[in-house]
Structure formats: C-alpha cells, structure tokens
Design a protein around this ligand. Sequence first.
Ligand code: ZN
Length: 142
Amino acid sequence: MQLDDLYRRVIMDHYKTPRNRGTFEDEAVTIDLNNPTCGDKIQLQMQIDNGKVKAAKFVGEGCSISLSSASMMTDAVKGKTIEEALEMADKFSSLMKGEPVEFEYEDIEALSGVNKFPARIKCATLSWNALRKGIEQSQRQE
Ligand code: ZN
C-alpha cells in the first residue's frame, strides 16, 4: 500500500505540475489524439532533428492518468534517438501488460498500477501512441 501511495504522489505531481506543457513557436511535428472512452485530448508537438527527439511539448485536457503520462513521456524522450524513443514506447506497452520493466526515467513506473484497470490503459497509452504517430509522420516528411 505504501508503494501505491508513492506512485499516486508521483502521478499527481506530474498532473499538477506538468513538464513540457505548451507549444513550439518554431516548426514541429504535431499530432492530435483523443481517447473518447474517457474524454482525454492531447496535442503532442515534437522537434525531431537528425534522428533525435530534440524536444517535445504537449497541451491537452483529461484525467490525471492521461496528462501525467504525457508529462512523463515528453520528459523521458527528450534528447533520445528515434530508436530509443520507440523502444521506450514498446517498454511502456509491456508495463501496461503488467510485465516487470524498468525505466531510466523512473517516474514512468508509477503508472504500472494502471494495468489492473483496463479502462484506464487507454488513458496512459494516449501520449505514447501520439509519440509513435509523430515519429512516423516525421519519417514520411524526410
Ligand atoms: Zn483518461
């Protein structure tokens, strides 16, 4: 139970003080996704250059799970290569299946409990799906 409390605190911290919230003034890959089952909406923007995610930002509205996940994701992929970012997205899918995985950006592990609530998995994966789509889009533009 203590562990759950710690996880909840990490999630609420990202929800109340989101990292990388906003939009870029410069050109950026932009992806809009929503999760109708919960009403979560997110717009993800990424600056991808030379096979690297230079920076990522998001705006959106929704539940604490979807928005904290977006905050963590945008922070975790910053400075990573596209391959590393996609690897992280795969790892996140494993986390949502209840598999024991570890992240360099440890806050993400706070969302591990979500796998016990199937209805909320879509909330947690929304931003990661946006990441995948954003990378696909950037590769088509090259
Ligand atoms: Zn949600």
